[in-house]
Write a protein that binds this ligand. Structure first.
Ligand SMILES: [Zn+2]
Length: 273
């Protein structure tokens, strides 16, 4: 089987049939940590990543370290209560967020938290990414809601995320950043990229002053496509419909008689309590 430097199968190759070793998970975290830093999704010592090794052990990035400069031996292993089992460095102060997600989502084995500038801009502006503007984002991620603000490293933050974690695969955290999670770290990282890319597209629609969201009929078809989409294991809800959109709504009916797209105001914050 052909594989890249990380051991991932190249397109067309058969998927791996064995679970990666702890050594390989360490290399994955280092690889995706560097990717986050290279892309500008984290600055300085921001962000954290983790992998669920088994029922009781989580491999995570340490605190106070640049995610672009880690070595595999810098990572720490904690138990399901966040107590360090092995590793020389201190565990991330945001480990409670990871533990919450692993507890609520048995299907999740990888988590990425970062501060990508555009998506974090939406989080700081109090605007969720819940408009159905791009069909492939609807299929892959559904909707990206905005969790209310909570001080990092405190129960405030986990309490804000808790009601959303079972229903979505990526969350905006008010005035903070983004967390994305998946069946493995690779999928979690890809979801983080999708969130930031979608945020950039959404920003352009705001700059243009027009949004042309998909209507209910299109969303229904995407729901069918999503259920058939091989490899889609997202549990995320579809985007909620735009205010004032009726059941018959679609591209055509959102146009004014002279075919100028109807301007849709950005939806205000729907804070979850
Ligand atoms: Zn953070």
């Amino acid at each position: 089987m052909r594989a890249n430097a990380l051991g991932y199968a190249e397109p067309g190759a058969l998927p791996p049939t064995v679970m990666p070793s702890e050594r390989q998970y360490r290399r994955e975290i280092v690889f995706f940590g560097r990717s986050l830093h290279d892309r500008g999704y984290v600055a300085a010592m921001d962000g954290n990543l983790s992998v669920r090794l088994d029922e009781n052990r989580i491999l995570a990035t340490p605190t106070a370290m640049c995610k672009g400069m880690m070595r595999p031996s810098d990572l720490v292993i904690v138990d399901q209560n966040g107590r360090r089992i092995s590793g020389r460095r201190e565990v991330s102060s945001e480990i409670a967020m990871h533990l919450l997600i692993y507890r609520l989502r048995p299907d999740v084995r990888g988590i990425v938290h970062a501060h990508p500038p555009t998506a974090t801009g939406f989080a700081a502006a109090g605007i969720p990414l819940n408009q159905p503007l791009v069909c492939e984002v609807v299929i892959g991620l559904g909707s990206i809601p905005l969790a209310r603000y909570g001080t990092p490293g405190t129960p405030e933050l986990t309490e804000a995320l808790e009601p959303l974690v079972p229903h979505y695969d990526a969350l905006l955290m008010s005035n903070h950043g983004v967390v994305a999670y998946g069946v493995d770290l690779h999928h979690a990282y890809m979801k983080m990229e999708t969130v930031e890319h979608f945020a950039q597209i959404a920003l352009v629609t705001h700059l243009l002053g027009h949004q042309q969201p998909l209507g209910s009929a299109e969303l229904e078809k995407l729901l069918v496509a999503r259920s058939k989409y091989q490899g889609s294991k997202s549990s995320a809800a579809l985007p909620i419909c735009v205010t004032g959109q009726d059941d018959e709504d679609n591209h055509e009916s959102r146009r004014s008689p002279d075919s100028t797209p109807v301007q849709v105001k950005p939806r205000r914050v729907t804070r979850h309590s």
